[in-house]
Design a protein around this ligand. Structure first.
Ligand code: PMP
Length: 387
């Protein structure tokens, strides 16, 4: 007879197992992870109790901030990009090979951590208005960091363009060891595939295949496309809803097929011109990772900064969940959708990263808990459409 220790054993059972151990040891080492790469994926699905109670829907959130390398869904993407390049023979460990990427932070942090683990270097180009703790963390991970002024994509110094140029310069430079590889998260298939093979199937299994809707913001679009491409195949009726911050053209792309509101035409302000404190989601150009799944998106919901900030506070106040701006946007949109669908539905969204990565910006401008006289009501949050 084999006795196994499991998470469910109570105190008396554990004492009994200890007494029996010398006769019954079972060698099970399957829980040991192979380095930090082994800690990527299989993230928990958390029921957000406060939002579920308040709406009568089950609001579930995939805790992507618990991915164990760079602590965001970008761990899945960074690993997928690196493994794909290795399979193609484009990267050789400890040769000086360097990965270049344009990122608002999360992808860079994931790449930098995995590069360390695998013997590569990382060079990250990012806009200089992102929370400073992200570039601080990148430097501690040993990445080289270039912070540049936010600019439209036609500008050669725009952060993605700069990363592409730097990779080519590295490869062309005989003085530099190894080659430069541009990770290209906005365009590469390795991005949406990581969610098609990981995040999507995990959501399906964790819900027993019973969910009515999936809600997500989009930066590159890899998450919403990859998850939707999986879920729509196995659950054709599942509703896919984009959550979009101020200034992003994706809401219009889903609603009208173009990046600007046809009523406003070119007068629509662009993402880099809008002073939003939300980081990581919202964009004004067509990316392959968004377009590959765009037709599967059924609807889009706009979320203001005020709503995101109020929701971030609500989640700490009621659930002890401390998240960053894109997670808060996702939760506002999930709650709005719950109100639209009515009670009894199950909605899945994502918690992308921790509030700790947003202390100097998003959280610095968010009222502290206990800082206001009145308790927040969910109606107040949904009605905070001032910006
Ligand atoms: N949340 C955060 C914190 C991010 O950094 C990103 C990606 N930049 C996203 C959400 C959006 O994910 P995706 O790129 O897959 O659309």
């Amino acid at each position: 007879r084999i006795l196994r220790l499991s998470k469910g054993n109570d105190f008396e059972e554990v004492k009994h197992i200890i007494a029996e151990l010398p006769n019954t040891i079972e060698a099970d080492t399957s829980d040991i992870k192979e380095g930090i790469e082994g800690c990527i994926g299989d993230t928990p699905l958390i029921k957000i109790k406060s939002l579920s109670e308040a709406t009568g829907c089950e609001i579930l959130a995939k805790a992507e901030f618990l991915n164990g390398a760079g602590n965001s869904p970008k761990d899945r993407v960074a690993l997928s990009i690196i493994e794909t390049a290795e399979e193609q023979g484009l990267l050789v460990p400890h040769s000086g090979d360097t990965i270049y990427e344009g990122t608002v932070g999360s992808t860079g942090i994931s790449l930098a951590a995995i590069c360390r683990a695998r013997g590569y270097k990382a060079h990250i180009c990012m806009p200089d208005d992102m929370a400073i703790e992200k570039s601080d963390l990148l430097l501690k991970l040993g990445a080289e960091v270039e912070r540049v002024r936010p600019a439209p994509i036609v500008d050669q110094n725009q952060f993605v363009n700069l990363a592409r140029t730097r990779a080519a310069e590295h490869t062309a430079d005989p003085e530099k060891p190894g080659r430069g590889l541009f990770a290209d998260q906005f365009e590469t298939e390795a991005n949406w595939r990581a969610h098609f093979t990981g995040t999507g199937p995990e959501i399906f299994h964790q819900t027993g295949g019973r969910l009515d809707a999936f809600v997500s913001g989009a930066g590159t679009g890899g998450t919403i496309s990859g998850v939707s491409m999986f879920l729509k195949q196995v659950l054709p009726k599942v509703r896919i809803v984009l959550a979009d911050p101020p200034g992003s053209g994706l809401f219009n792309r889903v609603k009208y097929g173009v990046m600007f509101d046809p009523k406003e035409r070119e007068g629509t302000r662009r993402r880099h011109q809008v002073d939003t404190i939300v980081e990581g989601i919202g964009i004004n150009r067509v990316t392959r990772n968004f377009e590959v799944g765009r037709e599967l998106i059924d609807d889009a919901i706009r979320v203001t900064d005020d709503q995101a900030q109020a929701m971030a506070r609500w989640l700490v106040e009621n659930d002890g969940i401390f998240v960053g701006s894109s997670s808060a946007v996702n939760c506002v949109a999930a709650t709005k959708l719950a109100k639209q669908l009515g009670p009894g539905h199950r909605i899945v969204t994502l918690l992308c990263d921790s509030g700790a990565r947003h202390l100097s910006k998003f959280w610095a401008q968010t009222d502290p808990i206990g800082g206001s006289e009145e308790d927040l009501s969910l109606e107040d949050i949904l009605n905070a459409d001032k910006k």
